[in-house]
Design a protein. Structure first.
Length: 149
């Protein structure tokens, strides 16, 4: 397990590409990155995510199966670590107007998926940028059209 530590809270990242029962150091991970492969054959992504969250207590589980997904997962891990260790500082590439709009629209730490997408359109920014802001502000997406959140 890799740990990034600073003067603020630790941020523990666990990378998995083997079955859960083969991992000893599962407890207390903040983020788990899983490379989809033979170790998880026959399992659904939802099943893997649920099992990993139960085993680790992780708030976030990212599953990837190709190079593009791996890159997205690793950048998200970096964003989350920077946010946690940096005392909530947001990356420079997320405009302040996006941050403020997301904070304003979120009710009780939640925002409906459709509203987040609509907000991206209103702000003229890509949906993934709004998603990053939501992740970093620890705002949960609810009522997802795909049933993912």
């Amino acid at each position: 397990m890799g740990t990034i530590a600073g003067g603020a809270p630790d941020f523990k990242v666990l990378f998995i590409d083997v079955p859960l029962e083969e991992i000893d150091a599962l407890k207390e991970a903040d983020l788990v990155l899983i490379e989809w492969g033979p170790a998880f054959e026959g399992m659904s992504e939802v099943g893997i995510e649920k099992a990993v969250k139960e085993a680790t207590g992780a708030r976030k589980v990212l599953i990837y199966s190709d190079e593009k997904g791996r890159e997205r997962a690793f950048w998200k891990a970096i964003d989350l670590a920077r946010s946690r260790i940096g005392g909530g500082e947001m990356p420079e590439d997320i405009p302040e107007r996006v941050i403020e709009a997301v904070k304003r629209e979120a009710k009780e730490g939640r925002i409906p998926c459709a509203r987040a997408q609509q907000l991206a359109g209103e702000l003229g920014v890509p949906i993934p940028l709004v998603g990053r802001a939501l992740d970093l502000l620890e705002i949960k997406i609810v009522e997802c059209q795909l049933g993912c959140f």
